[in-house]
Design a protein around this ligand. Structure first.
Ligand code: NAD
Length: 270
């Protein structure tokens, strides 16, 4: 164990699958105690069980949490502090892309509101309760622990470039995550709390692959990807680890793109 998060405590939302699951395992492998929060408790529990098997020196606790409910988000932060005495890393990663999300004309209010509640309010509440907890973090110089912490909010490449395949509520929600994270970073910078948004490109996780269920749909996206492939969840987890650890101690307010070059490229198929 190389210990890049040794003695630290992390919460990961959406920890039952994809980016959240890979990040929970990676954080634990680097020495963090992890609270795995997901609306789907059995999937989060599987992650906690893997941590128990693979990394017995740390603890993974699974908890049912719908990030679209403020009381659930507060309860998760309270649990982390009660159980481990501090909170160093808050990874607000849970998000949805609803199958009925469409263009401006066809998207119904209820889809818009649900998407905003989970993707935007969930990140706001996660950040709010993380700030309150991180302010109280005890300092222990010998263990490299200090007041403050790292908040990582999962946005998306679509927050920067928009999407030609319509998903207006999702795209708007991720733009909100991006700008909210920049403001949080500025407001809390002098408290030792860093806030960055992680902006994944299109990934091979259930969120996107359930949606791109034909070869034609996949090809429509692949043509825009400079590397000619979708990303992997573990590639996002490694970026999240950097943002979570003190290696990124002078990094705050960034739109941390992990998109295979997508947002900086004009690409055509060869
Ligand atoms: P995923 O579908 O593999 O996993 C998402 C997890 O979030 C699931 O375990 C699910 O149960 C959980 N979840 C859903 N709603 C929740 C809620 N209300 N409260 C708590 N947990 C909830 O997805 P992923 O690809 O790992 O996506 C993670 C994040 O990355 C999301 O915010 C997503 O928008 C973002 N993202 C994904 C892609 C992509 O291509 N997959 C691209 C850019 C951004």
């Amino acid at each position: 164990m190389s210990g890049r998060l040794q003695h630290k405590v992390a919460i990961v939302t959406g920890s039952g699958s994809g980016i959240g699951l890979e990040s929970s395992l990676l954080f634990a492998s680097e020495g963090a105690n992890v609270v795995l929060a997901d609306v789907n408790l059995p999937s989060a529990q599987k992650g906690a069980d893997l941590i128990k098997d693979r990394y017995p020196t740390v603890k993974g606790i699974a908890v049912k949490c719908d990030v679209g409910k403020e009381e659930d988000v507060k309860a998760v932060v309270d649990l982390a502090v009660r159980e481990f005495g501090r909170l160093d890393v808050m990874f607000n990663n849970a998000g949805i892309m609803h199958p009925e999300d469409d263009n401006a004309l066809n998207t119904e209010d209820r889809i818009w509101d649900l998407t905003m509640r989970i993707n935007v309010k969930g990140v706001w509440w996660g950040s709010k309760y993380a700030v309150l907890a991180m302010r109280q973090n005890p300092t222990d110089e010998a263990k490299g622990l200090h007041v403050g912490g790292s908040i990582i909010n999962t946005a998306s490449f679509v927050a920067v470039v928009g999407s030609a395949t319509p998903q207006i509520a999702y795209t708007a929600s991720k733009g909100a995550v991006l700008t909210m994270s920049r403001e949080l970073a500025m407001v809390h910078a002098r408290e030792g709390i860093r806030v960055n948004s992680l902006c994944p490109g299109p990934l091979k996780t259930p969120l996107l692959m359930d949606f791109l269920n034909t070869d034609e749909k996949k090809q429509r996206r692949l043509v825009h990807l400079p590397m000619g492939r979708f990303g992997e969840a573990i590639e996002q987890a490694k970026a999240a680890l950097f943002l979570a650890s003190d290696e990124s101690s002078y990094v705050t307010g960034t739109d941390f793109m992990v998109d295979g070059g997508l947002t900086n490229a004009y690409v055509t198929s060869i």
